[in-house]
Write a protein that binds this ligand. Structure first.
Ligand SMILES: C[S@@+](CC[C@H](N)C(=O)[O-])C[C@H]1O[C@@H](n2cnc3c(N)ncnc32)[C@H](O)[C@@H]1O
Length: 246
């Protein structure tokens, strides 16, 4: 299934409202991961990027990319949506970096172009992972790292569509999560733990860590309601994979 046209259309449509709602949170300070804006300084997922060639897969308005460019990385921000890229261009600071329109499942870069490929609910949530992960592995050099944050299967199977919130009961099957129907015909993707391991190992990557970001009690979720409010303090809402190419 080709989800590129519908996903591009969706993100072009929602870009302005999305940035209005979320940029104040995700752009507040550099290096904030996920729905709970947990600092990378607590999670140690990315490490020092100074002098590294970095690709953000699905950079949105570039909240991450501009921070890493300011730290001295050579960053490329890739996104499918021209509206999101326009937002990134408007928000670019003194540290300039190139923006490229493209899809995570069809990366327009040569092999061995990057030392770090990463995203936070970007291309690995919105492109089929069995296509996007091998693409990321291809453009990495030896020793290069693929680091990405996605929703956890726990979060997805406990999401009650009718009530629009995450609950404490299993709402849908774990097996066969795969594709999630989003608004206006768009699709996001989710794998089981086993399928993530298969896809990562199948692309020749070594799994170094699986960080389960845990917000402090009382940390708001900027994206989804949860019942109870401290849901993500009790169960893992996100998976932050840390891998490298040997
Ligand atoms: C939730 S945003 C992630 C960006 C940023 N980290 C944030 O949280 O806003 C998802 C981004 O993925 C982009 N996207 C959707 N499908 C994509 C694809 N196939 N390849 C690359 N980017 C894609 C969207 O345009 C959007 O900017």
């Amino acid at each position: 299934m080709d989800s590129i046209p519908a996903n591009r259309r969706l993100w072009n449509q929602i870009s302005s409202a999305y940035q209005h709602e979320h940029d104040p949170q995700i752009g507040a300070t550099p290096r904030l991961w996920g729905m709970y804006s947990i600092p990378d300084a607590h999670l140690h997922a990315l490490g020092d990027v100074t002098g590294k060639r970095v690709l953000e897969l699905g950079c949105g308005a570039g909240q991450w990319s501009r921070a890493l460019a300011a730290e001295g990385a050579t960053v490329v921000g890739l996104d499918l949506s021209e509206a999101q890229l326009a937002a990134a261009a408007r928000a670019m600071g003194a540290a300039r970096y190139p923006l490229v329109q493209g899809a995570a499942e069809q990366l327009p870069f040569a092999a061995d172009s990057f030392d770090l490929v990463f995203c936070d609910f970007g291309g690995l949530s919105w492109a089929p992972p069995h296509l996007a992960v091998p693409q990321a592995a291809r453009v990495l050099g030896r020793g290069g790292r693929l680091v990405f944050n996605v929703a956890s299967p726990w979060f997805e199977v406990c999401y009650d569509e009718a009530a629009s919130r995450v609950t404490t009961t299993l709402q849908q099957d774990y097996f066969g999560l795969n594709t999630i129907a989003e608004d206006d015909g768009a699709t996001s993707y989710q794998l089981t733990y086993g399928d993530w391991v298969k896809v990562l190992r199948g692309a020749g990557l070594i799994i170094d860590d699986l960080i389960e970001p845990r917000p402090e009690l009382g940390t708001p979720n900027g994206y989804n309601e949860t019942d109870p409010p401290d849901w993500a303090h009790r169960w893992p809402a996100e998976l932050l994979w840390v891998t490298h190419k040997p």
